[in-house]
Design a protein. Structure first.
Length: 367
């Protein structure tokens, strides 16, 4: 069958190419152990309580899940101090982002965001027949809110702000964000992708929820994939003022999330001890990796996430290749227009130490 039958906007899309899988690298290099520091996954896995909850829920797999994940929404509503009707649970933050596109974008609309950033903003924009307006990050790798404002016109429908930004780990100041939101016209919805926001531990930093409570046209997008280690369970959510959330509810699937995923999310929220352990380990890991990579001559800006964006100061591809041979997968950034950078996810202390030892050997060998 030729592509003539395809919807035209679909022809503009490129099939998602994931990073190398652990199985692929094992086979390619004949290795038995691989450490993946490439996908911003939680190195410890889910809370054991979440695993037990998934096992128990699996026995009820013949029953459709409750359609709106009411119990989980109630928990999140309490945690954030909003009505649970302001929360939509779906099949991963990816899916929430696609729903936002389906709910809001008309063909010919413009959608503004900075690059490099999370690629799904572009996919959903192009898929809906809209025009992506891509603005470079600032020199210090932050979303350029002034230039975004300058690009908004009567055709603009959505603005995406990835905060913290993937792949750079940077954030915009909360004061800056509020003065930006005050200037955004009312026909524009601002999507704050906060997939990594739990890792922002700056005192008094105001996250998306505060701006939603103030009534701005904001949708805040979250995931259980990162802090809670549930990337394979596929569960994420959106919070927004009721009238902003309404069209997402209209386009959502009837049963978007499995019983196992919902049970795991609830157990994860309850296990605050495990969450605090993950946060503390990430905090230490960020400091350690930043210090050690800096000592190796890399330029490594502060990150407010669970990964670091490191300028290796040379073409990164040979380093990435040598790391693969040594059993470490990191993310090359050439596809984002940064051939000298790598993105490294924070691992466990033991993984971080082994990674730095391997990297030091590679870098000193190259010198
Ligand atoms: C910024 C950002 N948003 C959304 C997602 C998607 O998260 P999920 O696993 O819930 O689909 C990711 C995953 O890497 C991400 O980095």
């Amino acid at each position: 069958m030729s592509t003539e039958l395809w919807r035209q906007d679909v022809m503009k899309l490129q099939t998602y190419v994931p990073g190398k899988s652990i199985e692929e690298v094992k086979k390619q290099f004949g290795l038995s152990e691989i450490t993946r520091l490439a996908s911003n996954e939680n190195p410890y896995g889910p809370s054991p309580k979440a695993v037990a909850a998934m096992q128990a829920a699996a026995a009820e797999s013949h029953l459709y899940p409750e359609s709106t994940s009411a119990e989980l929404r109630a928990m999140l509503g309490e945690q954030y101090g909003v009505d649970s009707a302001q929360i939509l649970i779906s099949n991963g933050a990816d899916n929430v982002l696609m729903l936002i596109g389906q709910a809001y974008i008309n063909a010919g609309d413009e959608v503004v965001y900075c690059v490099p950033t999370f690629p799904v903003y572009r996919t959903s924009t192009v898929m809906m027949g809209a025009v992506p307006v891509e603005i470079p990050l600032t020199g210090d790798h932050k979303f350029d809110l002034d230039r975004i404002l300058g690009s908004i016109n009567e055709r603009t429908k959505l603005v995406y702000i990835c905060n913290p930004n993937n792949p750079t780990g940077t954030i915009v100041g909360d004061g800056e964000l509020e003065s930006f939101l005050r200037k955004v016209p009312s026909h524009v919805v601002v999507v704050l992708d906060e997939a990594y926001v739990e890792f922002v531990e700056l005192r008094d930093y105001r996250k998306g929820i505060e701006f939603i409570k103030k009534g701005y046209n904001v949708i805040s997008v979250h995931t259980f994939s990162k802090l809670y280690g549930l990337a394979a369970a596929r569960i994420g959510y959106a919070i927004a003022p009721p009238e902003v959330l309404a069209p997402l509810l209209a386009v959502r699937e009837p049963f978007p999330v499995s019983r196992m995923a919902v049970a795991a999310a609830i157990a994860s929220l309850e296990d605050t001890e495990y969450r605090d352990f993950i946060l503390a380990s990430n905090r230490d890991g960020l400091k350690y990796l930043q210090r050690e990579m800096t000592a190796l001559g890399f330029d490594v800006p502060d990150s407010y996430s669970n990964f670091l964006f490191a300028d290796t100061k040379r073409e990164a591809a040979p380093i990435v290749e040598s790391l693969l041979r040594a059993g470490f997968i990191v993310r090359p950034c050439k596809g984002w227009g940064y051939p000298n950078h790598i993105r490294v996810t924070v691992g466990s202390p033991e993984q971080n130490e082994r990674f730095i030892a391997a990297l030091a050997e590679i870098v000193t060998g190259q010198a």
